[in-house]
Design a protein around this ligand. Structure first.
Ligand code: FAD
Length: 627
């Protein structure tokens, strides 16, 4: 098998880094054998290369098209056939319960499949990703009748699903939604829906016979804001008593699609509900619990967006490495002045190495972060002890904004570096590198912008259960760092990370301010004051609101450093058991892991220290009157 930089790393995580054996010993996953991982990945790569990859260029150049006369959307060439094939093989439901037609795989394995599929054409993969998130919300909240009617048909790909939150005037401010839902007399749980939703991914398309919209709307006399919002299931075509799609429109129409920077294959639709007063929706979950219920979809979708960004970044790494090994330009810079020095591949130049190693370090650390979070998600459902399930659930909640925001910001940086590595060729559309820059940018915007993710981290997640979830997680990470004491090559690097963690703790304390600390971290305020943290004279809230994004970045960088060092420890163990005469590619892989961790700690970790200095300055001059 040829050495694929991403595939080898995926296998490393699944087979050598994460303790999948512990997972598959649990009753929920006892039907899964870790011996099958390679063959599942092979099968996924086969369909990804033969069915999904050919979609990517037409998806960008032609994309989805809207016909205003019929108010219909034609998907990019090949999408319809590819969706049918992808769905028929049940790939869209790989980690879903077997009773609904899924394969019942853990998310820790499924995330690898999603990376493989999404990396080949991210716009195409969105349809099934959103559908799964919607089906899962129905599994969790729906009545038996609703589950029977919708879930299997969505997970099989017979119908797709959407998530309809945004309205023209209400983006981040979702609680301002105006779409209305009025109960229909004599029909329990059924409402007349009216309203317009904007920016709805795959709101309209020609791939399936029906589309199931999950829509936020307001019932009569409901309280203002998020507390007054409810969630509804609205099919594009009405269903008959047996649950089959009929030819009767449910008065849902597409008013147009956006012309946008990237993901051209994903139609971003304006959706009108009830223009003719005939749109009917079923309440999903309790009335007024719509926002909390929508979070069930959004949390899953946020992890998916982190994964989407990562998969695009990983694709850029693959192309950049391949190009750098082929392209010959200039002699080695160290032989400057020697006219006879041979020209070399650009991969030999120091600056190209710096860029490629930065990309590799980011891609591999984000992959480790996402796969580890997926593992925690599995444990939160499968662990036998309820206390363990709670602990893992808390960690997933804590890490979700980091997986979404840090991964998408970093993936954007990775795609930009990929373009730079390939020079002029990277800027032109013959290579997918420039498309990747455009496609990945949306990931920092949708599913709640990255600024909003940072506020979620600082004001909600860090304060869950009086800070105990966060402190418990940090305790676990510190313990993992201390285990590196037995690795002489890694311990000095681990100490640098520990030192950054200590400064980050002080910065965090300052950022939150004394009242929040007193409320949620009772007892540690005095200790922090003894460390010299000065709480006096702060404009309450300003420092935290200004520095939430830098803090999230610090969290992401520190976690990445820890994960890469842990990987390097695993690689060190493997190298000890491989003789020097062993498989040269394998030795190169493990040595590369150690070098990547060292590079990250020396070249990227210092960014966290710079951010910490910013936070500790307490400066809020951006709030002066100047715009
Ligand atoms: C291609 C695409 C696909 C999409 N798909 C879907 C979909 O399927 N379903 C759906 O419902 N929506 C979808 N969206 C909408 C998307 O989720 C929103 O665009 C996003 O939530 C931001 O809302 P907005 O565009 O109105 O920006 P605004 O809310 O106007 O925000 C503009 C800027 O102000 C900042 N800001 C706003 N409020 C605050 C605050 N309180 N504190 C700090 N900063 C703030 C934001 O972070 C942002 O930087 C999609 C959007 C796009 C472009």
């Amino acid at each position: 098998m040829s050495f694929d930089i991403n595939r080898r790393d995926i296998e490393f995580l699944l087979r050598e880094f994460l303790d999948l054996n512990a997972l598959t010993k649990l009753p929920k996953y006892s039907h899964v054998s870790t011996d099958d991982i390679a063959s599942v990945l092979d099968a996924a790569e086969e369909i990804a290369s033969s069915v999904i990859a050919p979609l990517n260029i037409p998806s960008d150049r032609i994309g989805a098209r809207y016909d205003s006369a019929t108010r219909t959307v034609t998907t990019s060439p090949g999408y319809k056939q590819a969706h049918a094939r992808f769905a028929a093989d049940a790939w869209g439901a790989a980690n879903e319960p077997e009773e609904f037609g899924g394969m019942g795989l853990p998310q820790a394995i499924n995330i690898a499949l999603e990376e493989i599929f999404t990396g080949k054409c991210s716009a195409f993969s969105m349809a099934m990703g959103l559908t799964k998130a919607g089906a899962n919300a129905i599994i969790t909240l729906g009545s038996d009748e609703q589950k029977k009617r919708y879930v299997a048909n969505m997970l099989s790909g017979k119908w797709t699903g959407t998530m309809c939150l945004t309205e023209p005037h209400a983006g981040t401010d979702v609680g301002d939604a105006r779409a209305k839902a009025v109960p229909i007399e004599g029909r329990e749980g059924i409402y007349k829906i009216t309203g317009t939703k904007r920016f709805i991914s795959f709101g309209e398309h020609d791939m399936t016979e029906n589309i199931i919209h999950l829509v936020l709307a307001r019932t009569p006399n409901s309280p203002a804001g998020t507390k007054g919002i409810s969630l509804f299931i609205i099919p594009k075509y009405k269903l008959d008593a047996s649950g089959s799609t009929t030819v009767h429109s449910n008065d849902v129409s597409c008013g147009g699609i956006e012309h946008k920077m990237g993901i051209h294959g994903s139609p971003t639709c304006t959706m009108n509900f009830g223009d003719a007063g005939e749109c009917e929706g079923e309440l999903l979950g309790k009335e007024h619990a719509g926002m909390d219920n929508m979070f069930l979809i959004m949390n899953e979708a946020r992890l998916l967006v982190g994964l989407q960004a990562h998969a695009i970044g990983a694709d850029s790494l693959r192309h950049a490495v391949a190009y750098a090994k082929e392209r010959i330009q200039c002699a080695d810079n160290r032989a400057r002045g020697d006219r006879n020095a041979p020209k070399v591949q650009i991969v030999k130049h120091h600056d190209v190495r710096r860029m490629l190693t930065t990309m590799k370090a980011h891609v591999e650390s984000i992959r480790a972060l996402l796969f580890t979070t997926a593992y925690y998600l599995d444990m939160s459902k499968a662990a036998e002890d309820p206390a363990d399930r709670k602990r893992y659930h808390g960690w997933v909640e804590l890490l979700t904004p980091v997986c979404k925001a840090y991964a998408s910001d970093i993936a954007h940086e990775v795609t930009l570096l990929g373009t730079q590595v390939a020079g002029g060729a990277g800027y032109c559309s013959d290579m997918p590198l420039e498309q990747n820059v455009r496609d990945v940018k949306i990931c920092s915007i949708y599913e709640g912008t990255n600024g909003i993710q940072a506020l979620d981290l600082v004001f909600r997640k860090l304060q869950m259960k009086g800070g105990r979830v966060f402190l418990g997680f940090i305790g676990e990470m510190r313990a993992k760092l201390y285990e590196l004491e037995q690795y002489p090559e890694l311990w000095p690097l681990a100490r640098k990370v520990k030192s950054t963690m200590r400064s980050a703790g002080l910065a965090l304390a300052m950022l939150m301010g004394k009242p929040i600390l007193k409320k949620n971290y009772a007892g540690i305020t005095t200790v922090l004051e003894r460390f010299g943290v000065d709480f006096s004279g702060r404009r309450e809230g300003d420092v935290a609101l200004t520095n939430a994004v830098p803090l999230l970045e610090v969290f992401g960088i520190v976690l990445s450093a820890i994960l890469l060092l842990r990987e390097a420890a695993t690689a060190t163990d493997k190298l000890r058991s491989l003789s020097e005469k062993g498989d040269a590619e394998e030795i190169k892989f493990y040595r590369g892991k150690i070098a990547t961790a060292r590079f990250f700690v020396c070249h990227i970790l210092p960014r966290a220290n710079a951010r910490i200095e910013t936070i500790r300055s307490g400066d809020v001059s951006s709030m002066e009157d100047m715009f």
